[in-house]
Design a protein around this ligand. Structure first.
Ligand code: GUN
Ligand code: ZN
Length: 347
């Protein structure tokens, strides 16, 4: 899932996103609840109409964004309290019920429970408290979602940090609520922890979560992480990485990331990837690296747009190919081919 935080994919129109074949994107409850707010969303008929997006949408519940963005944020059993960034000095309280209310106004196809999010490397009683509170908040979200189940899908978020026992307890509790949950996410990762422990937790969660429901690992976007998470059983992921890195002039490719601002692209007449059908590469007939070198360096915003288009198409191809390989029973081969090519040293 690409991330369109503020009802808009940075640099792209909804039509452009759709033309890439993308069928699901992520919006943030926290941002949309503050602006435009639920009154505007309700009169627009929801966030799909508001942003001209005809396909599916998932909304994150707000807790995570608060941790990374809001100043003076405090968490109590009631909810997460924070300072409204648009109204300095004004305190707001995001409760599980309020998060559900906003997500109902948004009309997201998939809604996330409000969870108690803390840094992934936290240990001790605070991590246990966050996990247990996330279970209690899940119950409040399930209650607040009654009557909306037919139109919108509520997902739980497994917490417990890097502690296998806490994760296990959280999984046990959340699996008891399976009748109310069409899908599950694994949260609290991608916070700078080591890969080994990250993969252990993903593997543990994937093995216990039902295989016939979507399993969603939150905040993962590097190609190698996506493919390993898929190997471990994950079905969904989201990350700002492909779009954010595009704005720094980095194109994602099957030969590894390509920094288009480097001098040796100044006279390179090839497109980013000849095999790429995105509007930027146009299967070899599109924009040359030399042009991209020029427009990725200055203040010209079109450089960011065209690389964003390419990066989203790259990520879609990466995962479509993974899906095809899985269906054909050839995923190990796909991984071998991918990693050999991705990690070749280029001269
Ligand atoms: N995005 C990345 N990680 C998380 C998480 O743990 N919780 C939520 N709500 N969103 C996330
Ligand atoms: Zn391309």
């Amino acid at each position: 899932m690409p991330v369109a935080t503020q009802a808009c994919m940075k640099g792209l129109t909804a039509q452009q996103v759709e033309s890439l074949g993308i069928t699901l994107l992520l919006n943030n409850t926290y941002h949309l609840g503050l602006r435009p707010g639920t009154a505007t969303l309700d009169s627009a008929g929801g966030a799909h109409r508001f942003q001209g997006w005809q396909r599916n949408m998932l909304t994150d519940s707000g807790g995570f964004q608060m941790v990374s963005l809001a100043k003076l944020q405090t968490t109590t059993e009631q909810g997460v309290e924070f300072e409204n960034p648009f109204k300095p000095g004004e305190r707001e309280l995001l409760t599980p019920e309020e998060s559900m209310r906003i997500q109902h106004s948004i009309g997201a196809d998939i809604m996330m429970q409000l969870d108690d999010v803390i840094a992934s490397t936290t240990t001790g009683p605070r991590m246990e408290e966050a996990m247990l509170r996330s279970v209690r908040w899940l119950d409040r979200c399930i209650q607040a979602h009654k009557g909306h189940e037919a139109k919108q899908n509520l997902f739980a978020i497994v917490q417990g940090g890097l502690d296998a026992q806490l994760r296990d307890h959280c999984l046990t509790e959340m699996l008891k609520r399976a009748d109310d949950l069409p899908g599950y996410a694994v949260g609290g990762l991608s916070g700078g922890e080591e890969k080994g422990i990250f993969w252990q937790i993903v593997s543990q969660c994937a093995q216990r979560l039902p295989a016939d429901k979507p399993r969603y690992v939150m905040g993962v976007g590097y190609s190698e992480d996506l493919l390993v998470c898929v190997a471990l059983g994950m079905d969904m992921a989201d990350c700002v990485f492909p779009t954010r890195t595009a704005r720094f002039g980095i194109a994602l490719t099957f030969d590894g990331p390509m920094n288009l601002r480097l001098k040796h692209y100044e006279n390179d007449d090839r497109v980013i990837d000849e095999s790429c059908p995105c509007p930027t590469c146009d299967s070899g007939k599109g924009l040359k690296r030399s042009v991209l070198w020029m427009i990725s360096r200055g203040k010209e915003t079109v450089g960011a747009h065209v690389v964003t288009l390419h990066n989203l198409m790259y990520q879609r191809r990466l995962l479509l190919q993974a899906r095809e390989a899985i269906i054909k029973g050839r995923y190990p081969e796909y991984l071998r081919t991918f990693f050999r090519r991705y990690y070749v040293t280029h001269s």
